[in-house]
Design a protein around this ligand. Structure first.
Ligand code: NAP
Ligand code: 8YV
Length: 319
């Protein structure tokens, strides 16, 4: 049986499935991680890892010289050094598509919750304040123009849902998509200037770091709402806090943060922000589907059939 190193605890269904097919090594259970990796490293052929915490790169690859594949749990893989993996001939896989609808549903929920202040109204009722006065009127989605930053698989699922909400939609990415009818903005600044909601759903990593900075927030304006379901790194968190504190923008809905699971107290203290602990894909249904895909990628690879969902940068071309 091939040896697989799991870097962090995963759902029991994933661990059971891997236990049945492979010799599974649970890195987080080791008392002395260094000594453990030194011992099992040369036997490891596959790594199973999460997609948003910790990092998997040269420091680990050096110590698992026979590594063939890294199977990640999630569609984003900015925590894996794919360039270094490619140089070493290591295949990297992710879990695209099976989470599109779940993440898009949550994004719409977060958008409505942020605009209509659903968590704030819930807190108001629970605090017994309703009998004293009705809850204040909220902002609205009506009449807004929503800019999607990253109109990929999930971005398109978000756009399809937004059509049902009767709002105007535009998008920004590095290039215009010929088969997409929504207006395209070649720069994020253009999109922010012409929209009053920005939904961020790009990959993370150095290329998109602080794409949304103080200048973008200023362009979004005092009626503007920012929704980030991408990665915390895509938004300059300190600039966002300042923009929320000073009324440079109206409100924000955030599922992701720059230093998860740490969330700045300054954000927690604000009432014009809705905060979620990175749960966009986190239903039983969708996490099971993602887990199955992680397992299937390893299964397929070690039965000689190649990876099922290799990432773009990986050194693999389908026969
Ligand atoms: P995808 O299909 O690859 O779409 C990514 C989109 O981002 C593409 O439309 C791409 O368009 C655009 N993009 C890439 N680099 C860009 C840049 N530098 N500037 C502007 N746009 C850029 O990926 P997906 O499956 O939709 O997933 C998107 C991301 O969502 C993931 O990578 C992950 O970070 C995040 N995510 C978060 C959660 C969560 O739990 N909160 C769950 C799932 C996914 P161009 O190529 O034209 O630039
Ligand atoms: C993951 C995510 O579930 O897919 C992604 O990119 O961010 C989430 O869906 C999360 O990263 C758990 O590892």
């Amino acid at each position: 049986m091939s040896h697989i190193l799991m870097t962090q605890p995963m759902m029991p269904s994933i661990m059971d499935a891997l236990d049945a097919r492979f010799t599974l090594h649970r890195l987080w259970e080791a008392n002395d991680v260094d000594a453990y990796v030194r011992d099992v490293g040369p036997r490891i052929k596959g790594i199973a890892t999460g997609s948003s915490h910790g990092s998997t790169g040269a420091a680990l690859f050096e110590r698992v010289p026979n590594l063939e594949i890294v199977s990640t749990f999630g569609v984003g893989y900015d925590n894996v050094d794919v360039a270094d993996a490619a140089r070493r001939g290591i295949v990297v896989t992710n879990t695209p598509d099976v989470l599109n609808d779940e993440v898009a549903d949550l994004t719409l929920g977060l958008l409505i919750a942020t605009l209509r202040q659903i968590p704030q109204a819930d807190r108001y009722l629970r605090a017994g304040r309703w009998a004293d006065a009705v809850y204040p009127l909220s902002p609205t989605l009506r009449g807004r123009r929503v800019g999607i930053v990253g109109l990929g698989r999930i971005g398109k699922a978000i756009a399809r849902r937004l059509e049902g909400f009767d709002v105007r939609i535009a998008y920004h990415g590095r290039s215009r998509q010929p088969d997409v009818a929504y207006p395209y903005c070649a720069t994020l600044l253009d999109l922010a200037e012409t929209c009053d909601v920005l939904i961020v759903i790009t990959p993370g990593g150095p290329e998109t770091r602080h794409l949304v900075d103080a200048s973008i927030l200023k362009a979004l304006g005092p009626n503007g709402v920012l929704i980030n379901v991408a990665r915390g790194s895509v938004v300059d968190e300190q600039a966002l806090i300042a923009a929320l504190q000073t009324g440079t923008i109206l409100a924000a809905g955030l599922d992701v943060f720059e230093h998860e699971p740490q969330v700045p107290q300054a954000l927690i203290d604000l009432d014009n922000v809705v905060l979620l602990p990175h749960v966009a894909s986190a239903s039983v249904h969708t996490r099971k589907a993602m887990g199955q895909m992680l397992v299937d990628n390893l299964d397929s690879w070690f039965s000689g059939k190649g990876p099922l969902s290799p990432v773009d940068e990986t050194p693999w071309s389908r026969p």
